[in-house]
Write a protein that binds this ligand. Structure first.
Ligand code: NDP
Length: 300
């Protein structure tokens, strides 16, 4: 195994410590306690775990955490009314509605109802546009986390060939914008891309965000490349016992680690960065709402 393992868990710990420092300064110097409201509708067990984690980490960095749990039969009008109250609440600087929402609710309507100034997921059209033209504001959490890991690993990214596999609004497209801003030459691949292995072989940076377990093979990787594996896939693990499962990424880790210069593991790579970046975005929005310049080390 030649590649350096990019330890997202420990980077995220350091990031949370920096966030806590910025939160302390906002409190002490400006009397502002950044507040994050998380809304969950229904009882999806995976969403419950995410939300509990977000609330815990929010409190740990010294922010105010507001959790709103609504029953699964909540109407769209009721959810929109809650979002409107949170938009108007001066103690709330970030609003996150945990997706997916039950089928009677249109997630697009809910996202568009969130005040862009408090849209810490960076889902609203206004904030997607700001990322595109490079204006200050929240940045999509997972791509921001990937960017922080890449900068830490490589320093300047200028002139590097980056191949992103996946073009979702959540990961692939914002990742493209951020890497373009860093002056990478960016290729975005998707399910219709031809000759994907050959395209990936040109990449100094590979970001895999596909949702297909271990799809990217070791012989697709250029020797020395930096590989960021966003994928989280649960697969059967009969070696651990009957009915057991384990998490793998979109990259065949063992193979790629023999060739790459550096690689993120799954779990412990990009995953821990996503929640940390949600907290970073809340400091950014709290600063902007109060007319302050957001800390430059927490954003793109
Ligand atoms: P989506 O399903 O929204 O997008 C997947 C993308 O992969 C699409 O653009 C699709 O192409 C492309 N794709 C599918 N099959 C292929 C293929 N055979 N070859 C090339 N491209 C292909 O997924 P997300 O972006 O939301 O998530 C991707 C992965 O990242 C998932 O495993 C998810 O769990 C994980 N994830 C992890 C996060 C973290 O915190 N670590 C956060 C968010 C996601 P097309 O557009 O043509 O359909």
């Amino acid at each position: 195994m030649a590649a350096k393992i990019i330890d997202g868990k420990s980077f995220a710990e350091g990031l949370r410590a920096r966030i806590a420092g910025h939160v302390d300064r906002l409190k002490a110097e400006h009397g502002i306690t950044p507040g994050l409201a998380v809304v969950i509708v229904g009882h999806d067990p995976a969403s419950q775990v995410y939300v509990a984690n977000k609330a815990k980490q929010t409190a740990e960095v010294g922010m105010a955490s507001f959790k709103h749990e609504l029953p699964a039969d909540t109407s769209e009008a009721e959810l929109l009314a809650l979002v409107a109250r949170l938009n108007a609440d001066p103690k709330v600087h970030g609003i996150l509605v945990q997706l997916p929402v039950p089928e009677q609710i249109d997630p697009v309507k809910v996202i568009e109802a969130i005040d862009p100034a408090k849209d810490v997921d960076c889902f609203t059209p206004a904030n997607v546009g700001k990322v595109q033209i490079g204006l200050p504001g929240p940045v999509s959490c997972t791509p921001l986390g990937c960017l922080m890991l890449l900068r830490d690993q490589l320093g300047s990214l200028a002139g590097l060939n980056a191949v992103i596999i996946g073009r979702s609004n959540l990961v692939g497209k914002p990742m493209m914008q951020l890497l373009l801003r860093e002056n990478c030459t960016v290729t975005v691949a998707h399910s219709r891309t031809r000759n994907l292995p050959e395209i990936v072989r040109q990449a100094d940076i590979v970001v895999a965000a596909v949702g297909r377990p271990e799809m990217v093979r070791g012989d697709w990787i250029k020797p020395g490349a930096t590989v960021i594996d966003v994928g989280i896939n649960r697969i059967d693990a009969p070696e651990k016992g009957p009915g057991k499962t384990r998490l793998v990424g979109d990259v065949s880790y063992g193979e790629a680690a023999d060739v790459a210069g550096a690689i993120t593991p799954v779990p412990g790579g990009v995953g821990p960065m996503t929640i940390a970046c949600l907290l970073a975005n809340t400091v950014t929005t709290a600063s902007l709402i109060h007319g302050l310049v957001p800390p430059s080390d927490l954003t793109a």
